[in-house]
Ligand binder design. Structure first.
Ligand code: BGC
Length: 534
């Protein structure tokens, strides 16, 4: 066993949504050169690396998650040289770079989809007919974004399968040529020097070749969703359109490739009803993914943060692992490792989800950062979380997210967390000299980075202080953990320890003063041994 500890175990990774980070060429949309210019800011936070949402060629129907060329940067974001510059600068600042590759589907404009000879690279099926002889899709599969998962193609007189938008046809992973091509694309970027890949919806790669109907979901079964009510997608058990056993064999191939390079990480995104069981399968041992994260701490419609919302996913993750039941074991075995996040580009910002819609609360934001950073595993922070940004309210006329067009006003979609970063208090907050692609809400202006840098007690200064302090705490980075029974759903009492150190972390999750073990905790107050707030 080597003493080398993988950099990503217990790292803090900062997610950058490139359209909204910094616009270096004043077209209203952020770009790679813009990210490069702002990397000093990111490094100053003390984070270990960045994950950049897709910047590849794309018609942007799903803002980059519909890729039409996996090896080229989209001109909106710059070019491949800009990416190399970004990588070089990031590495000079000791920041690792994880890119985001969406392989479950391509864009409908990908040359593979348009190529008659590559029909078998996608999932095509004949129509069925109902009793009145009307054409109907081959089975009951539905799209995550709403409606049938099948789109009729007049020209080919067949349906094709899409788990997301109809502009995102699903690749047929049963085809070995598809698999080789995907491996080759990963090799291309690994050779370019990236430190890791985030694999978008990694459990969606394979489908049931018999195209069997999904059974209905058992009533009352829990489902991670943004919606208060059931949706067509949430009424099914997705056992045939995703999470198929063949995924594991393909993941093993990806891992074998990645193992040819040193210090690289494969991070899988899992969207499933049984995310921990899947995370266990997908990360166990040395021939699967290094780590996985799932939306269970991010989505949901619970209006307040309670202890079980955080503790249960963590305990369930470790309970699923037969060979590793704590982090120290995991490091020793080079095995399963969890990752956690409260916010990302797909969900309502935690600040608003668990506090008040569209409002800011300095104490709550700080507690969220500290809590995430004390959990056992790797932490993903989404741009703006370090500023305490609340969700932005978006008027229907400004909506960009295609999903929102299906769900507004029940849900305004994902634009509210994707608004531009606020660098200063100027008209477009220093993001751009021109009108940004999404409006920046008035409530965000006052939270700008320039101002927060000057305020000793700002969320930004707190975040920097906390992340830098955490760096010298091995028991928090990759030590073991124990949740202490509190009998109070507002209190998290967490012990992080290794053979020589221990740090005790207590959080009051509630908006009222709370008594715990003879101590009074102000609303959203916390105590972490030896950590002093600025
Ligand atoms: C990404 C989303 C995207 C979807 C389809 C995900 O889970 O995070 O932004 O819309 O995959 O690619």
């Amino acid at each position: 066993m080597s003493n080398h500890v993988d950099w990503w175990r217990g790292a803090i990774i900062y997610q950058i949504y490139p359209r909204s980070f910094y616009d270096s060429n004043n077209d209203g949309i952020g770009d790679l050169a813009g990210i490069t210019q702002k990397l000093d800011y990111v490094a100053d936070l003390g984070v270990d690396g960045i994950w950049i949402s897709p910047f590849f060629k794309s018609p942007m129907k799903d803002f980059g998650y519909d890729i039409s060329d996996y090896r080229d940067v989209d001109p909106i974001f710059g070019n491949n040289d800009d990416f190399d510059d970004l990588l070089e600068k990031a590495h000079s600042l000791n920041l690792k770079v994880i890119i985001d590759l969406a392989f479950s589907h391509t864009s409908e404009e990908h040359p593979w989809f348009l190529d008659e000879t590559k029909k078998d690279w996608y999932v095509w099926a004949d129509a069925k007919h109902d009793k009145d002889n009307n054409r109907v899709p081959p089975n009951n599969w539905v799209s995550v974004f709403g409606g049938s998962a099948w789109e009729w193609c007049e020209q080919r007189e067949k349906y094709y399968f899409h788990n997301f938008l109809k502009e995102q046809p699903d690749l047929n992973f049963h085809n070995l040529d598809v698999q080789s091509e995907i491996i080759d694309i990963c090799k291309y970027w690994l050779d370019r020097g990236i430190d890791g890949i985030r694999l978008d919806v990694v459990n969606f790669y394979f489908h049931d070749p018999l195209l069997r109907d999904n059974p209905p979901r058992q009533s009352g079964a829990k489902f991670a969703t943004q919606f208060e009510k059931e949706t067509p997608y949430s009424t099914q058990q997705h056992i045939y359109d995703k999470s198929r056993p063949e995924n594991l064999d393909f993941i093993a191939k990806l891992r074998a490739l990645t193992d040819q390079y040193s210090d690289r990480v494969l991070v899988g995104e899992i969207g499933d009803d049984h995310p921990y069981k899947l995370a266990q399968e997908y990360t166990n041992g040395k021939n699967h993914l290094h780590t996985c994260y799932n939306p269970h701490m991010m989505s949901g419609t619970q209006k307040t943060l309670t202890e079980d919302l955080v503790r249960v996913p963590i305990e369930t993750f470790f309970a699923q692992h037969s060979e590793v039941n704590n982090l120290a074991e995991s490091v020793k075995e080079s095995s399963a490792w969890p990752s956690w996040a409260f916010s990302n580009h797909d969900v309502v910002r935690a600040q608003s989800r668990w506090y008040k819609p569209y409002s800011y609360n300095n104490a709550f934001s700080k507690m969220l950062i500290a809590l995430l950073g004390c959990l056992p595993g790797t932490a993903f922070i989404f741009q703006g979380e370090e500023l305490g940004l609340p969700e932005a309210k978006i008027a229907f006329k400004n909506i960009q997210d295609p999903w929102a067009k299906e769900t507004y006003p029940q849900w305004q979609g994902r634009d509210g967390c994707r608004t531009p970063m606020i660098w200063d208090n100027s008209i477009y907050c220093g993001f751009s000299q021109t009108l940004p692609w999404l409006p920046i809400p008035k409530a965000h202006h006052i939270l700008n980075i320039q101002t927060q840098n000057k305020e000793k007690t700002s969320v930004l200064n707190f975040t920097k202080e906390f992340i830098h302090w955490r760096k010298i705490k091995p028991e928090i980075i990759n030590g073991n953990h124990e949740f202490i029974e509190t009998s109070n759903s507002n209190i998290i009492d967490l012990r992080r320890y290794n053979s020589s150190n221990e740090t005790h972390c207590i959080f009051n999750l509630s908006c009222v003063e709370t008594q715990y073990k003879g101590q009074k905790y102000a609303p959203y107050a916390f105590h972490i041994d030896e950590f002093k707030e600025p």
